[in-house]
Design a protein around this ligand. Structure first.
Ligand SMILES: [Zn+2]
Ligand SMILES: [Zn+2]
Ligand SMILES: [Zn+2]
Ligand SMILES: [Zn+2]
Length: 493
């Protein structure tokens, strides 16, 4: 920890600040999880060691619950799994993710105390929790979990009081960090990272946190690296400045962000963007044609209602209905809401996702284009969400045969992800492959447009065959083809 240090952040409590000047994209610290578990719903699809989403995982022969890529992953994680394995076997089935995580935390604390390494700045059981502030219903749920925990844990060596276990559950509730799969497309688990918990929130932060899945495929075990989070600087940070990350998506009105933060993390956000309502005006902006206040009110109410219906149809996978609702809503919004209005951006985002999924790339590109233009005016230029949105828009344009814009967007996304994810992340490597590929295609296009079009058509045909044969089987980065980049599109729906 030479780049960050603990300090008293006033009303926010403990905080971390820069111990020296930091550069854009610099890794301030990286940290393995103190404990982490895969979500119940994905227990057979995600490796319990490296958290990669993978087909054909091997099952632990003992508990028949844990799944791994291979022997390397299983061996790497045996220390974490050993006691859990025995407990699951005796209980007959695995308890839910919260209970499994609490148990992993306590087993680890018994083995290593609450501080697992020299660089860990705070003991796990000293992290903040808000059990005392829980609503009656939530508190009842927590106590039910504690009860189940005690049945599971009773096979362990030591007993704890109900209050102490509640304290651990409270810590997980407030500090649990959601882990995504290797391409950042799906939330697959939850873990506890003690140093990261010391980084306070700001809606317009100077850092971002990203999960790196590490490398366990290297032949020499000396080159293996563990999964870990990285705290990365979004811009230059002067020595002494507080380090912050955002716990919520910036694309919400300041009052809505504050509400979410209060509900989930029990604090009132007083960051500059919230107290000055910065960009709220853009997020609620109306069209240049200056529609009447009544009209704006009517369309806003209509949009709210439509988005609820859209979400419902999306969950039911009725994509034709989703598109019908999107078109209807966009038509109503035309000449009433501005292009940075949140209601418009949400509809544009869903429409472009679903259209890509249905392979209507030209239409999808049009919506993605408008969405990205809006995002650029709202997000910090190095926001990871913005980078991912630009990447998706780039791939969509590329598949629509709009190679010039496709290549340009992919290059922009690459620049952002070099800061937010770094050069070794799986997504950045995918992007690098796509950048090379589109650069080549762009050259072809400029030399001979007709020949380029013929090649594109042939590729599209090939693509359809590949997709139909294996829709959910991502290929390793080395085999990156058009089909893999397409996978990036289809799996977000
Ligand atoms: Zn694995
Ligand atoms: Zn096992
Ligand atoms: Zn805020
Ligand atoms: Zn475009």
């Amino acid at each position: 920890m030479e780049r960050a240090e603990l300090f008293d952040a006033g009303s926010k409590g403990r905080g971390l600040r820069a111990a020296k000047e930091l550069n854009t994209g610099e890794v301030i610290f990286s940290e393995p999880s103190f404990a982490a578990v895969v979500f119940d719903s994905l227990a057979t699809q995600v490796c319990h060691s490296c958290f990669r989403h993978q087909a054909n995982l091997h099952r632990c022969a003992q508990c028949k619950f844990a799944h791994y890529c291979d022997r390397t992953c299983q061996t790497a994680c045996w220390n974490e799994h050993k006691q859990e394995c025995g407990a699951i076997k005796k209980l007959g089935s695995a308890p839910s993710e919260n209970i499994r995580l609490a148990a992993r935390v306590l087993w680890r604390m018994h083995k290593d105390t609450g501080i697992a390494s020299d660089s860990q700045l705070i003991s796990v059981d000293q992290l903040q929790e808000h059990v005392a502030d829980l609503a009656a219903e939530d508190f009842k749920q927590l106590r039910a979990d504690v009860h189940k925990f005690l049945q599971y844990w009773s096979y362990g060596t030591r007993q704890h009081s109900v209050d102490y276990i509640s304290h651990i559950f409270g810590i997980i509730k407030c500090n649990g960090f959601t882990l995504s799969d290797q391409r950042g497309l799906q939330a697959v688990g939850v873990g506890l990272f003690p140093n990261l918990c010391l980084v306070n929130h700001d809606c317009w932060p100077n850092c971002t946190v990203i999960l790196n899945h590490g490398n366990q495929s290297a032949v020499s075990s000396a080159l293996h690296s563990q999964r870990r989070i990285e705290l990365r600087a979004l811009g230059k940070i002067p020595e002494g400045e507080e380090l912050t990350v955002s716990y919520v998506d910036f694309l919400n009105l300041s009052a809505d962000r504050q509400k979410k933060l209060k509900e989930r993390f029990h604090f009132d956000c007083t960051c500059e963007h919230c107290s000055k309502h910065i960009k709220d005006d853009l997020m609620t902006a109306v069209a240049d044609s200056k529609p009447s206040a009544d009209k704006v009110k009517e369309v806003t109410a209509f949009s709210k209602e439509s988005l609820e219906k859209i979400e419902k149809s999306r969950v039911e996978r009725d994509y034709n209905e989703v598109l019908k609702l999107c078109y209807e809503c966009l038509q109503k919004q035309e000449n009433v809401l501005a292009d940075t209005n949140l209601y418009k951006l949400r509809v544009l985002s869903i429409a472009s996702e679903v259209l890509s999924y249905q392979r209507s790339f030209a239409k999808a590109a049009n919506y993605a284009h408008r969405m990205v233009e809006g995002y650029r005016k709202l997000y910090h230029p190095n926001n990871a969400q913005l980078g991912m949105a630009i990447m998706r828009a780039g791939v969509t344009h590329w598949h629509a045969g709009q190679i010039e814009e496709g290549h340009s967007l992919i290059c922009q996304a690459y620049r952002i992800l070099m800061v937010t994810h770094g050069p070794n992340h799986a997504i950045t490597k995918d992007l690098e492959g796509m950048r090379t590929q589109t650069e080549m295609e762009l050259k072809m296009f400029k030399q001979n447009k007709a020949a380029y079009q013929t090649m594109r058509d042939a590729l599209t045909l090939l693509l359809l065959v590949e997709i139909q044969s294996s829709p959910k089987n991502p290929k390793p980065v080395a085999e990156l083809t058009v089909a893999t980049s397409f996978f990036l599109l289809v799996s977000v729906v």
